[in-house]
Design a protein around this ligand. Structure first.
Ligand code: ADP
Ligand code: ZN
Ligand code: ZN
Length: 757
């Protein structure tokens, strides 16, 4: 019998981050399984704590007499997921976090939320009987009872709300009727489906040859028990989503379930509708706007086999399907697939691991695959499919690259090139729509003194403050705000002002130039809620505006058939970011922006404005040549040992005092250097011929943005071709810190970070 259980205590502290063994009381014999939440006494004072069962067995690891006993089960109704526990252990190992953090990532249903109950009142007697009683109530002037009965005679069962609120029958009255055996109160549990769509069911489209080939190949290999990941490289509009639908249908036929990962921002009504039309009630959605209860319900429905498909951002990976068959990952290159909190996992790698544990396959799709995925496809680790044609008609747009330096030289001081002005004018005349895309919110919105060069910075974060139209200067990191300045605090000069080129400024300029145009602006400020985001999109789709101005969020997966012009206002802004992924990101953004133009029968045009027309990212994006871009970019990554050619471990140390953060970083760097020296020594002895570059340790250095919210950050970067080498170094640092009485500051790990720090 399983008399003992290993438990991870729910305390996020490096010191107690190991399993503790407990006795299983008789009452719980045979009832405990890994994944359950339990109440346990813990520590010297036996304080009550909660913990997660990760293993049960019958071998005590220390004398039974000293072993404490589990008190009771908290999450008794949650079906255990051995697989999720294994996944948590993998996350902890691969990305560095405490076990409890990893468990909380994969077992999201940790909060017990009462399932919503629908209370109803119904007759407990026959209708004939009820009618007789009704007469007697009427005679006795018991009007409330009479009201209820006469309704029940007509309606058989009534909603509790209706009874109490609309019929004004008090709960006491219902109760006394129940005690008299006349009515019955029942509670019906029901699960909330967060999406209310009265979608008309639709059969799948007749697939094109390419689409059918992909669906049949993947399902064919699946049936032959061949499991390997696939990458679909397909331009926007080539029919990837239709392929996903075909694959999911295949999974459902085989009695398997599918997880569809879609970046939150692309999780629009339009997209969801396609899934709902095809699979109806068997689909559910998970997103950040769901309440804890709704999340819990989705998980419950998945567990009970009531749904076959869950759609959501990266956390949808952890929905516990009993027979998971496929994980689809749309827009595979998206940086939001990387978690920003510990464990800082990547959904792609995690999906691959989950698929391995579940005998499932992973299918990724993108118009601009990440270098990571594409290089693995090149090495035949992933099966590769290419889709080059747009299906719903629509040719690829004509792309113009406009050199902003030349515009200035030739006397155009506006933020719109002459070409863009001309094209924009045409669109307004023809009543066609335009999307204008600005690389980053509030970029160069900083305020400086033209006399002495002083820049207004946030006192907490050391980044420049941005000027908003309401006159405030705002920090985009911590939200600090102060009134605008009329004089320079350094030299007293009145020439202090902001460079206006954020989305607000673009909107202003547009209205000045084209007063008759209707302009919508979409950025983080105008889309604080999901509702406002959807409202703006549908307003634009309904042609309530001529021009949509926005940040990257406007380029993601929306179909606007009437958009025939896309303008990119400063294409190279993202190139100047100090980050090895800057080129890749710029290429992706430009390609996606271009993909927005001319999606229906009307031909599209794209104007890319740039200060660096000769840059390879701009050239390849303008030519819509992914392979060309890939060949050049992978050379650069290889030359400089950046992912995917090598791996990077960023160790970040946080502390309220600068010396402490710095000291902790120095320790981490010292440990990493020791580890790599040892490696060199080993290589010298036993593998002299190896030319593989050894582990390189960079830093410590104050992080790029040194201080956020009054916390100092220092970073150490470690590069190696061998990921496992970095995992070992991470372990070494973890162990060292766990062994210290008072480890300095806080330590976080980030493998292959998505951006520079
Ligand atoms: P992607 O996901 O690659 O952007 P979609 O699957 O959204 O592409 O397809 C683009 C457009 O082509 C959509 O309007 C879709 O309805 C249409 N489409 C896709 N496959 C077919 C098909 N086999 N026959 C007709 N139209 C299709
Ligand atoms: Zn000044
Ligand atoms: Zn700040």
């Amino acid at each position: 019998m399983d008399r003992f259980a290993k438990i991870i205590v729910d305390i996020s502290h490096e010191k107690v981050d190991r399993p503790f063994q407990y006795k299983v009381p008789d009452a719980l014999q045979g009832k405990l399984t890994p994944g359950m939440r339990v109440r346990i006494p813990f520590g010297k004072g036996n304080r009550q704590r909660t913990g997660y069962v990760i293993e049960v067995g019958d071998v005590p690891e220390f004398p039974e007499g000293k072993m404490k006993e589990i008190q009771d089960v908290l999450g008794g109704d949650t079906e255990p997921q051995q697989r999720m526990i294994a996944l948590a252990a993998w996350l902890k190992e691969q990305y560095g976090s405490t076990m409890i953090q990893a468990l909380k990532t994969v077992l999201p249903a940790r909060r017990r939320v009462a399932l919503r109950e629908k209370k109803e009142v119904k007759l407990a007697v026959s209708v004939q009987d009820a009618k007789e009683r009704l007469e007697s109530f009427v005679k006795k002037h018991q009007t409330a009872k009479a009201r209820l009965l006469s309704e029940l005679i007509r309606e058989e069962r009534l909603d509790w709300e209706l009874v109490t609120k609309r019929l004004h029958v008090s709960p006491q009255t219902v109760k006394s009727l129940e005690e008299a055996g006349v009515v019955l109160q029942t509670a019906v549990t029901y699960y909330r489906n967060p999406v209310k769509l009265d979608a008309v069911r639709e059969e799948g489209k007749y697939l094109s040859d390419t689409q059918r080939h992909i669906v049949e190949s993947v399902l064919g290999e699946f049936d032959q028990n061949r499991r390997r990941p696939y990458l679909i490289h397909g331009i926007t509009g080539s029919g990837k989503t239709e392929v996903y639908l075909g694959l999911i249908a295949g999974m459902i036929e085989r009695g398997r379930q599918a997880i569809v990962l879609i970046p939150e921002i692309a999780l629009t009504y339009q997209t969801l509708l396609r899934f709902y039309k095809r699979f109806g009630e068997r689909v559910s959605v998970m997103n950040s706007s769901l309440s804890a209860g709704e999340r819990q319900d989705q998980i419950e429905r998945a567990r009970r086999g009531e749904i076959d498909v869950i759609i959501g951002p990266r956390s949808a990976l952890f929905v516990p399907f009993p027979r998971l068959g496929m994980i689809l990952m749309d827009e595979e290159h998206e940086s939001s697939y990387k978690s920003e909190t510990m464990p800082k996992y990547h959904a792609r790698e995690t999906a691959l691991e989950l698929a391995r544990l579940s005998d499932a396959v992973v299918v990724m799709g993108s118009a601009t695959p990440s270098l990571e995925a594409y290089s693995r496809a090149m090495r035949k680790e992933f099966g590769l499919f290419t889709m080059k044609e747009r299906l719903a008609g629509g040719r690829l747009p004509q792309v113009y690259v406009e050199d902003l330096r030349r515009e200035l030289r030739e006397g155009n001081r506006s933020i719109f090139s002459r070409r863009l002005q001309e094209k924009l004018g045409e669109r307004l005349l023809r009543k066609e729509q335009t999307m204008l895309f600005l690389n980053r919110r509030g970029y160069a919105g900083f305020v400086s003194c033209r006399s002495c060069g002083y820049v207004c910075k946030c006192p907490h974060c050391e980044v420049s403050l941005s000027e908003h139209r309401n006159g405030k200067l705002v920090c985009h990191y911590c939200g600090f705000a102060q009134p605008a300045l009329s004089r320079c605090p350094e030299c007293g000069s009145p020439y202090i002002s902001g460079f206006k080129a954020g989305t607000e400024a673009v909107e202003e300029q547009l209205l000045k130039r084209y007063p008759q145009a209707k302009v919508l602006r979409m950025d983080a400020d105008t889309t604080k809620t999901r509702d406002s985001y959807e409202r703006l999109l549908s307003a634009f789709a309904n042609r309530e505006a001529d021009i949509l101005v926005g940040t990257q969020m406007i380029v993601k997966g929306h179909d606007f058939p009437n958009v025939t012009l896309v303008g990119v206002l400063a294409a190279d802004l993202s190139l100047s970011v100090n980050d090895y992924r800057a080129g890749e990101r710029t290429f992706q953004l430009l390609t996606q922006a271009a993909g927005r133009a001319g999606r229906a029968e009307k031909p599209g045009e794209v104007v890319i404005q740039t200060y660096q027309p000769e840059h390879y990212c701009i050239r390849y994006a303008a030519a819509q040549d992914y392979e060309g871009f890939y060949r050049e970019e992978i050379q650069y990554r290889t030359l400089l040992s950046y992912p995917p050619a090598a791996h990077i471990l960023a160790v970040q140390l946080f502390a309220a005092r600068e010396e402490e953060a710095q000291g902790a970083a120095q320790e981490a760097a010292r440990l990493a250097r020791c580890a790599s020296k040892k490696e060199e020594a080993e290589r010298g002895v036993c593998n002299v011929r190896s030319l593989a570059p050894q582990t390189v340790v960079i830093g410590p250095a104050p992080a790029h943005i040194g201080k956020i919210n009054d916390v100092y950050r220092y970073g150490v970067y470690i590069k190696s071709k061998d990921y496992q080498r970095l995992v070992e170094i991470k372990d070494l640092i973890e162990q060292y810190r766990a062994g210290q009485e008072h480890p300095k500051g806080n330590c976080q790990f980030d493998f292959d970070p998505m951006s520079a720090y």
